[in-house]
Design a protein. Structure first.
Length: 433
């Protein structure tokens, strides 16, 4: 009996180890299956929605939470005021304690545009706080969250409203758009073009197509129903990522969410490793916070929360895999150094061979996933970015896994009531023209 128990334990342990090793590969194929379901079961709704009458434009508030955005906010506001094919809207900027020239720029722009409003918050208290304060001053039933360095396509507002205008749209809390990279000067930026087309595009299609909800909104450009924000108590001000936490709050409260791949918006992305790591730390911390906040709500009521079970399982594997990958990488480096110093060339070759096999399978799965995403995305010009898939795989695994590991304890502290919402605006660079 004892030997059988040990054997069963070993079998379970080996199975879990195999699952952790194969998780990224299996995940890629699961998302491919989900994307296929989306294309056949859901995508037709994009073309079959009831288009709103352009004579009756619902009033929209475009809200820009801003902190030290002097580099790009003027270009963004000028675009929103002049280039959108929509007329019944206002732009509301909540200036969250900016210490650069952002306040002066906004004062000048208010003299230029009658439908621009600015709320000044003297002390920096975070994006979620700035958004919550701004909601009290909005006139629109629908609120477009728009980052200071992001711009939607000219027809975006019409397309957003068409999603809310469907028969199912009355229960839609938010519609999130399909992001594209605006600045593509460096290999870091080009690699994020790969990421947003492959990882983000496929995953969001899969989540909406199969489960009818998504793990996270695109905080840089999402249209919210004002009543849905109020219904869940607005944004959580102590969370690292307000867009992830509000998406889960909407799901738990019974609201529906929509991913709109036909609505494109362009965002500025980090162009160096330091900025990228800073961004991914915030994303990783926010994801872990949501996982910790909702784990028992879902695990203890799996039949009530069937749509969220898959998200919970995937996030659990993602966090555990990050620790597994990080520890394995440290052990690999330590073993490699040890074998080099002992002159054990055979072990060094074996380690490199195993690593080569693992990375090869990962890259094959990634390339298949990216290729399918680019086909579905109907933007064939992006196929040239397949060249950056190997760089993405080699660099982003390290950055993302290290981000999860280093922010795990801070995320726990936030859940225990020690979080804070202040933000630091990333260094901006003007977009290419």
């Amino acid at each position: 009996m004892i030997n059988t128990g040990i054997s069963n334990f070993d079998a379970v342990a080996n199975f879990l180890l195999l699952m952790l090793i194969a998780y990224p590969i299996l995940g890629s194929f699961c998302w491919l299956i989900g994307m296929t379901c989306y294309q056949f079961l859901y995508a037709h709704r994009i073309t079959n929605y009831k288009k709103i009458d352009k004579k009756h434009q619902p009033f929209i508030t475009i809200m820009i939470p801003a902190h030290n955005e002097e580099v790009m906010i003027e270009d963004t506001i000028n675009y929103l005021m002049n280039d959108l094919n929509y007329s019944n809207y206002e732009v509301l900027v909540t200036d969250d304690g900016s210490t650069d020239s952002t306040p002066e720029i906004l004062k000048r722009l208010m003299l230029k545009y009658n439908n621009l409003k600015v709320i000044r918050i003297e002390k920096n208290q975070g994006k979620a706080h700035a958004f919550n304060i701004g909601i009290a001053f909005t006139k629109g039933e629908f609120i477009l969250s728009n980052d200071a360095d992001s711009i939607p396509e000219p027809d975006a507002l019409w397309k957003y409203m068409n999603y809310f205008n469907t028969s199912e749209g009355q229960n839609v809390a938010a519609v999130t758009a399909n992001m594209d990279v605006q600045n593509r000067d460096t290999i870091i930026c080009k690699s994020q073009t790969v990421e947003f087309s492959s990882i983000v595009g496929i995953i969001k299609r899969s989540q909406v197509g199969v489960f009818g909800n998504m793990y996270a909104y695109s905080g840089a450009n999402t249209m919210y129903r004002r009543n849905a924000l109020i219904d869940v108590g607005l944004f959580r001000q102590d969370r690292a990522t307000e867009d992830i936490s509000i998406a889960w709050d909407h799901q738990i409260s019974g609201w529906s969410t929509v991913f709109a791949p036909n609505i494109i918006f362009y965002m500025n992305v980090p162009d160096n490793l330091k900025s990228l790591y800073h961004q991914r730390k915030r994303w990783a911390k926010g994801g872990t916070e949501v996982w910790l906040s909702n784990f028992w709500k879902i695990a203890l009521h799996p039949f009530k929360r069937t749509r969220q079970i898959a998200f919970l399982v995937d996030q659990t594997f993602s966090i555990v895999w990050s620790f597994f990958y990080f520890i394995s990488l440290m052990l690999f480096i330590a073993s490699l150094i040890g074998f080099i110093f002992t002159g054990n060339l055979q072990q060094v070759i074996f380690l490199f061979a195993m690593s080569f096999v693992f990375i090869t399978f990962e890259m094959i799965a990634g390339i298949i996933q990216l290729g399918a995403a680019l086909i579905v995305d109907e933007r064939g010009r992006k196929f040239k970015y397949l060249l950056f898939m190997p760089f993405y795989s080699l660099v982003y695994w390290q950055v993302n896994s290290f981000s999860v590991v280093t922010t795990f304890i801070p995320a726990i502290r936030t859940i225990m009531g020690h979080g804070q919402g202040t933000w630091e605006s990333p260094k901006r660079h003007r977009k290419n023209t």
